[in-house]
Design a protein around this ligand. Structure first.
Ligand SMILES: *[C@@H]1O[C@H](CO)[C@@H](O)[C@H](O)[C@H]1NC(C)=O
Ligand SMILES: *[C@@H]1O[C@H](CO)[C@@H](O)[C@H](O)[C@H]1NC(C)=O
Ligand SMILES: *[C@@H]1O[C@H](CO)[C@@H](O)[C@H](O)[C@H]1NC(C)=O
Ligand SMILES: *[C@@H]1O[C@H](CO)[C@@H](O)[C@H](O)[C@H]1NC(C)=O
Length: 269
């Protein structure tokens, strides 16, 4: 009763009033941020209409021509994308080559490989970062997925995607974000998009890389502010799962799942 009276009394009303007039930098009211950012359906620039030069369509046969072109660009398949963080590694290594997996890290990768295999999906490919810890994680996981082709990518290497908000305690100079940011954005653009129109069947793809890269990709794929990446935390060797539908809808089905690991196999900081 007392609480109720206080809420109805003054303080809660004052708080609500403050929230209602509060604005963020984009002129969005704090109470209704969703109204500020609509879903961009052409986020990956693969919306069929955007692939056509409309002034090339003749005005006489227009509709038919347009429909046949749209048909050509119609996406049929869904992409299931599994983003795996590398497992625990030796933080004392001076160079990338010395930053190899710890024995716990090797066990974690083993559990993740078993987990992926046990899902029984028809995996189409594995792409991994070229850094040692990602490569080693891939080697272990791929033992459980024989026949799935692997390729290495420098775009997926760890880095500083964008200055996080709120800021971190370990400050970095702008040059780090300036160099890494566009490269990690390129990784996002290269690997995360709706399926190619030529793809006939749904695909199950595995990308083995790093925590910052994965968190940035999640923000970008969901069209959330990219500088929010550091507000999330994901475990070593965990599974993050994105689905990209033919119409470009994206959903996050898992974020940093490691619930399949016994508690003693999780790294503790
Ligand atoms: C689109 O097609 C028209 C007509 O053929 C052409 O003049 C124009 O340059 C094209 N636009 C682009 C961006 O290529
Ligand atoms: C069709 O008509 C529009 C507007 O009149 C014109 O801009 C466009 O160039 C025409 N397209 C072709 C292929 O003639
Ligand atoms: C993952 O392992 C690294 C060491 O390789 C450690 O620094 C980090 O805290 C671990 N993170 C989590 C979330 O377990
Ligand atoms: C996906 O996008 C379409 C519009 O293309 C929308 O009508 C539909 O409700 C969306 N579905 C989900 C599950 O978000």
């Amino acid at each position: 009763m007392y609480l109720r009276r206080v809420l109805l009394g003054g303080s809660a009303a004052a708080v609500l009033a403050a929230v209602a007039i509060g604005k963020n930098g984009d002129d969005c009211t704090v109470t209704a941020p969703a109204a500020c950012r609509r879903w961009d359906r052409n986020w990956d620039r693969r919306e069929p209409m955007s692939l056509i030069n409309l002034s090339k369509i003749s005005n006489e046969t227009g509709e038919e021509e347009l429909n046949s072109q749209l048909d050509k660009y119609k996406v049929k398949a869904t992409r299931h994308i599994f983003l795996i963080r590398h497992s625990q590694y030796n933080l004392n290594g001076k160079s990338d080559e010395e930053r190899v997996l710890t024995s716990l890290g090797r066990e974690q990768a083993d559990l993740t490989g078993k987990r992926l295999a046990s899902l029984g999906l028809k995996y189409t490919q594995i792409v991994h970062s070229s850094m040692t810890r990602a490569r080693e994680t891939t080697d272990i996981i791929s033992r459980y997925l024989p026949g799935v082709k692997k390729s290495s990518s420098d775009l997926l290497r760890e880095g500083a995607p964008i200055r996080p908000d709120p800021p971190v305690s370990h400050w970095k100079p702008d040059v780090e974000y300036y160099e890494d940011g566009p490269r990690i954005e390129a990784a996002f653009r290269n690997y995360i998009h709706r399926a190619d129109p030529k793809q006939e069947e749904d695909s199950y793809e595995i990308i083995i890389c790093h925590a910052n890269v994965i968190r940035y990709i999640v923000c970008r794929a969901l069209q959330l502010p990219p500088d929010a990446w550091l507000r999330m935390s994901i475990n070593n060797a965990s599974i993050t799962y994105l689905v990209v539908r033919p119409n470009g809808n994206v959903s996050l089905r898992m974020l940093g799942d490691s619930g399949f690991m016994p508690p003693e196999k999780l790294s503790r900081t």
